[in-house]
Design a protein around this ligand. Structure first.
Ligand code: ADP
Ligand code: GLC
Length: 472
């Protein structure tokens, strides 16, 4: 089969979070399973672009509403990611450093999708499957079905994977002419609560919809930022496939960001060396359990609860632990996390920003990873942490529920709690400290974590079965 993935992110080209990791890894593992994979994404101005060789494969123009724009498709020449990588350049819209967060994101991602469909319609052969990811690409299943100019593509099966239903790409109806001349009778497919809702349109138009864990698939029917009724109605075409991790990139034996490598046989010494380096850098005490948080500082991740949960833990659990936070997001959370540094100096530190290298060193050097998420469709952090022998302390939600078994349950290896609240987080920290202080048990749990397999093989096979079910 030939699968064309369309996404706003793909590691290592451009990544803001887990979407990038998944689109960087899934095509690679599908290729290893014997299929042809191509990834197409916007040509942002990232380091990867300047450090690699490219050839132009297509140039053309299209309309976004009344605006005529030129687009160029370039291809990486060496196939270094293990699949064909294409970038779409649109001057004035995609030629930016950041992936998201601009006032004209609607124009940027709509024109990107138009360029992809326009390019596809000029191909001599077709992919067998068109796999789109999240709302930035979710208008494509609509476009190939209902835009007159592209309707000859309508028999290509489309799969939409929802990595996060919180963001839906809402557009005002005044922008409906952005979508190339489409069958007006189908306005109801675009509409949700008097707005154009690209994610809703994708759910209705795609042949199959998947999301990234079984629990999140179920939770979306109860809570998905307004789309609950749609998920209930469309449940017959939806499936949950848990994400895997790229074990070539995330491997403590070979990780290029680490200076002290380790395997299960050198676990204790290896983690200690990483922890000491991290603690020296951030003025923390390596003899105490080290809790880390890595992620976007937003409500979904319950990052707003961190300052109080950390303060309460240090205060009520007698400073028996240290904390280190890495992340960026809402300004008031960033500020609070920075301000706490002087008060809890020696017990707590934070690094505000995005730092891929530091994140790897934190997974390796930490004893515990905190993830109190309010919403977590899958979550990759806990999977990386476990691969590095770091015990996850998580809220039971979405993919965290599906991948972490509490140590109080048979076969358990993590710490789980029910509510995204300061009290539950602090209690989780308390249980973790108790575990840490029972050194024998703690070591046994860490060994067990490193033996777990969260690789892509099983999930890649599930995607393959799903694709096959759509072919004639
Ligand atoms: P989400 O995609 O919702 O942000 P995931 O758990 O799926 O959450 O994936 C987050 C990914 O982004 C992980 O690879 C994590 O290590 C990385 N990440 C998040 N914030 C940062 C940061 N500030 N610096 C470096 N890496 C980060
Ligand atoms: C989203 C989700 C996260 C998931 C990631 C990759 O960003 O928030 O839970 O792991 O996508 O699927």
């Amino acid at each position: 089969m030939e699968i064309l993935h369309v996404s706003a992110e793909c590691y290592p080209v451009a990544k803001a979070g887990g979407l990038g990791d998944v689109v960087g890894a899934l095509p690679k593992y599908l290729t290893e399973a014997g299929h042809i994979n191509k990834v197409v994404m916007p040509m942002y101005r990232t380091k990867f672009l300047y450090e690699n060789k490219w050839e132009v494969v297509h140039k053309s123009s299209a309309y976004l509403g009344n605006t005529w724009f030129d687009y160029t498709i370039i291809k990486e020449t060496t196939n270094k990611l293990g699949f064909d990588l294409y970038l779409v350049d649109i001057n004035g819209l995609l030629d930016r450093e950041k992936i998201y967060g601009y006032a004209d994101d609607t124009e940027r991602f709509t024109s990107f999708q138009i360029a992809v469909v326009d390019w596809l319609s000029s191909w001599k052969h077709r992919p067998d499957i068109l796999h789109v990811h999240d709302h930035h690409t979710a208008l494509i299943p609509f476009m190939v079905k209902y835009c007159y100019q592209y309707s000859h593509l309508e028999d290509i099966p489309t799969v939409l994977t929802i990595h996060n239903a919180q963001y839906q790409g809402w557009m005002d109806w005044s922008k409906s002419d952005y979508i190339p001349h489409w069958d007006g009778w189908r306005w109801g497919i675009l509409d949700w609560n008097n707005m154009i809702n690209p994610l809703a349109a994708g759910i209705r138009s795609a042949w199959k919809v998947t999301t990234v864990s079984w629990s999140y698939l179920y939770e979306m029917r109860q809570d998905s930022n307004g789309l609950e009724a749609l998920f209930e109605y469309e449940k017959g075409k939806c499936a949950g496939i848990i994400n895997g991790i790229d074990s070539d990139v995330w491997n403590p034996e070979t990780d290029s960001y680490l200076t002290d490598h380790y395997s299960i046989d050198s676990l204790a010494a290896g983690k200690r060396a990483n922890k000491e380096a991290l603690c020296a850098e951030f003025n923390l005490n390596p003899d105490k359990p080290l809790f880390v948080f890595i992620g976007r500082l937003v409500g979904e991740k319950a990052a707003d609860l961190l300052p109080r949960a950390i303060g309460d833990s240090l205060y009520y659990i007698d400073q028996r632990m240290n904390f280190l936070v890495l992340g960026s997001g809402e300004t008031h959370v960033e500020q609070e996390l920075e301000n706490m540094r002087s008060y809890w100096m020696g017990f707590y530190n934070s690094k505000i920003g995005y730092n891929e290298q530091l994140s790897h060193r934190m997974y390796a050097g930490a004893d515990f990873l905190l993830m109190p998420s309010r919403v977590e469709p899958c979550g990759l952090n806990q999977l990386y942490a476990m691969r590095y022998g770091t015990v996850p302390v998580v809220r039971r939600t979405g993919g965290l529920r599906d991948t972490v078994i509490d140590i109080g349950e048979p076969g358990g290896y993590g710490i789980s709690f029910n509510n995204a609240s300061v009290g539950d987080i602090t209690h989780g920290v308390y249980r973790a400290v108790e575990l840490y202080e029972d050194q024998l048990r703690f070591d046994g749990i860490r060994r067990k974590l490193m033996e777990l397999d969260f690789g892509w093989d099983v999930s890649a096979k599930q995607y393959i079965d799903l694709y096959k079910s759509l072919l004639p």
